[in-house]
Design a protein around this ligand. Structure first.
Ligand code: HEM
Ligand SMILES: *[C@@H]1O[C@H](CO)[C@@H](O)[C@H](O)[C@H]1NC(C)=O
Ligand SMILES: *[C@@H]1O[C@H](CO)[C@@H](O)[C@H](O)[C@H]1NC(C)=O
Ligand SMILES: *[C@@H]1O[C@H](CO)[C@@H](O)[C@H](O)[C@H]1NC(C)=O
Ligand SMILES: *[C@@H]1O[C@H](CO)[C@@H](O)[C@H](O)[C@H]1NC(C)=O
Ligand SMILES: *[C@@H]1O[C@H](CO)[C@@H](O)[C@H](O)[C@H]1NC(C)=O
Ligand SMILES: *[C@@H]1O[C@H](CO)[C@@H](O)[C@H](O)[C@H]1NC(C)=O
Length: 219
């Protein structure tokens, strides 16, 4: 972990006020997650295998509809780590949310597409009038290398994660390469991974869909 990198200014305050992750069983999918709901009402849930390298991950995001997009940072800060950015597509049938694989190399540009991470839909709770939801498998989110070093969060018992959310919808909500506006909010927290690691993980990812079968997951 690299707390020293983020113990600056506002980030320290955010860390101190972050919520504690708790185990959560999603009866829609049968998946157990380590789940945290931020003070802004956005929930982030992570599931991992027990001991696999490289590890896939399952990410679930549930956000109030006032958010145009929310991003999840696997390394606990904006730059040099995989970002899973998601938003509602605006569709009333079919695919109601989309995930965009990004990585930021700086703080002044929209984070770029990040080809090393690939996503496939997983069954999860449906979006409704108050919240949009994303449930996805990520291959390539738990291991990366940058000028900050080599990272493998599967090796950690506690990971530092971060999020950012914007009230402004992406320019082209149906596209995972859409331009986005900067966030108004972000948070950083330490996330206990013991409750995220589950021996049933491999059976959960077997149920992940590709684009041709995805419609069955978009209730
Ligand atoms: C147009 C796109 C974006 C711009 C221009 C942008 C810009 C910035 C700037 C200037 C900061 C530092 C200023 C501050 O402390 O408030 C920051 C912090 C942060 N951003 Fe972004 N951002 C963008 C997208 C994203 C996305 C997609 C994520 C995904 C999770 C993200 C995550 C964060 C996080 C976690 C922080 C605080 C921790 C850190 O300093 O790394 N940002 N952003
Ligand atoms: C693993 O997942 C199953 C099904 O979601 C759950 O019943 C069980 O409690 C989980 N085990 C651990 C160690 O979290
Ligand atoms: C967008 O989705 C396509 C098709 O699934 C995928 O190949 C591409 O990598 C995705 N791009 C981003 C930025 O997520
Ligand atoms: C919408 O879904 C969220 C997350 O599952 C839930 O907390 C909320 O109560 C639901 N709202 C309605 C109106 O059903
Ligand atoms: C992406 O994958 C390439 C090829 O395996 C690798 O060289 C590069 O370091 C990876 N990028 C990150 C950020 O881990
Ligand atoms: C993670 O653990 C694996 C297996 O023990 C090891 O090979 C690898 O070097 C570790 N990677 C990091 C970045 O700690
Ligand atoms: C998509 O999933 C279907 C059903 O599981 C499978 O038959 C098909 O080969 C998959 N396609 C790709 C491109 O992976």
């Amino acid at each position: 972990m690299r707390f020293s990198e983020i113990l600056t200014g506002a980030a320290l305050v955010v860390l101190a006020s972050s919520q504690t992750p708790t185990p959560y069983y999603d009866s829609t999918s049968g998946i157990s997650y380590s789940s945290v709901t931020q003070a802004n009402g956005v929930t982030f849930r992570v599931a991992l295998p027990v001991a696999v390298t490289p590890a896939d991950a399952i990410l679930q995001v549930i956000a109030p509809v006032k958010y145009g997009w929310c991003g999840f940072a696997w390394g606990g800060h904006m730059i040099n780590n995989p970002l899973s950015v998601s938003w509602p597509t605006g569709a009333t049938t079919g695919q109601k949310s989309i995930v965009s694989s990004r990585m930021a190399l700086g703080y002044t540009a929209v984070p770029s597409p990040y080809p090393n991470a690939t996503y496939t839909p997983i069954k999860g709770p449906a979006a409704n009038s108050t919240h949009w939801t994303l449930t996805t498998r990520c291959q390539g989110c738990t291991i990366w290398s940058s000028s900050d070093g080599d990272f493998n969060i599967q090796n950690e018992t506690e990971a530092v994660f971060a999020y950012a959310c914007s009230s402004t919808p992406p320019v082209t909500p149906s596209s995972n390469t859409s331009d986005i506006q900067v966030h108004e909010e972000f948070g950083i927290w330490g996330h206990d991974l013991s409750a995220a690691k589950n021996a049933s993980f491999s059976s959960w990812v077997k149920a992940a869909g590709n684009a041709s079968v995805a419609s069955r997951f978009w209730a």
